[in-house]
Design a protein around this ligand. Structure first.
Ligand SMILES: Nc1ncnc2c1ncn2[C@@H]1O[C@H](COP(=O)(O)OP(=O)(O)O)[C@@H](O)[C@H]1O
Ligand SMILES: [Mg+2]
Length: 212
């Protein structure tokens, strides 16, 4: 369970999160929406413990994601808006993730196949040098292979063609029971079948929060 209580985050004088309070519980599948600059990514990074809040707090299953970062992140699958500049080869990256996050490499391969990403042909290639779509497919495959009870996607489909998006949504649908899913998107119609809650942010505030 994720508890966000009176969370405020400023960058200089710019208020990115303005006294936000919100809870996410097991089986919440949330489309997190709102214009560019609304504060969606800042909210997600706060959940991941990237930022020290100016005030308020975040708790993940009772733990502070800054103080207990390693423990908290063990239970979260996350795909960011922009792939990180990882210099490892795909093989090294899979090895690293299988050891550090206890993710089954065969399962990463399985989900990569399902996403039509040919891992075996690219094992020695640097992650950095893959196309945007290939990076995103690999990060998605890892996120699905990692057994987490919280899954967070920050606009993960921008670099995916329509077929790859469909593959992704199909796999996610199979994988979503008993979890919290937070999905930042501008395309509600695409995730309609996946979500049961819709949150809109504007200017650092949650302006609507509907369950259905
Ligand atoms: N690391 C940062 N440094 C300075 N300003 C930031 C930073 N991250 C976000 N902001 C600002 O916070 C506001 C919200 O940004 P963001 O959370 O990225 O919005 P969204 O993801 O909804 O597009 C924007 O005005 C943005 O410029
Ligand atoms: Mg964003």
């Amino acid at each position: 369970m994720i508890n966000i209580e009176n969370l405020t985050k400023k960058f200089g004088t710019n208020i990115s999160l303005d006294n936000v309070s919100c809870d996410f519980n097991k089986n919440d599948s949330v489309a997190l929406m709102g214009a560019n600059g609304a504060g969606k990514t800042t909210l997600i990074r706060s959940i991941l413990g990237y930022y020290h809040p100016n005030s308020g707090k975040v708790l993940i299953d009772g733990l502070d994601p800054i103080k207990d970062r390693i423990k908290v992140l063990k239970n979260i699958s996350f795909v960011p808006q922009l792939p990180p500049p990882i210099k490892l080869s795909i093989e090294e990256l899979m090895q690293y993730i299988s050891i550090s996050a206890d993710v089954d490499k065969e399962l990463i391969k399985h989900y990569s196949d399902e996403m039509k990403l040919d891992i075996s042909a690219n094992l020695n290639k640097s992650f950095f040098k893959l196309s945007g779509g290939m990076k995103q497919k690999l990060l998605i495959a890892i996120s699905l292979a990692k057994k987490s009870s919280i899954i967070i996607y920050d606009e993960p489909t921008a670099n995916l063609d329509p077929k790859a998006r469909d593959d992704f949504y199909r796999l996610l649908k199979q994988n979503e029971d008993e979890k919290i899913l937070l999905f930042v998107t501008h395309r509600l119609e695409e995730v309609k079948n996946l979500v049961n809650r819709q949150i809109y942010m504007d200017m650092g505030k949650i302006v609507s929060d509907e369950k259905f």
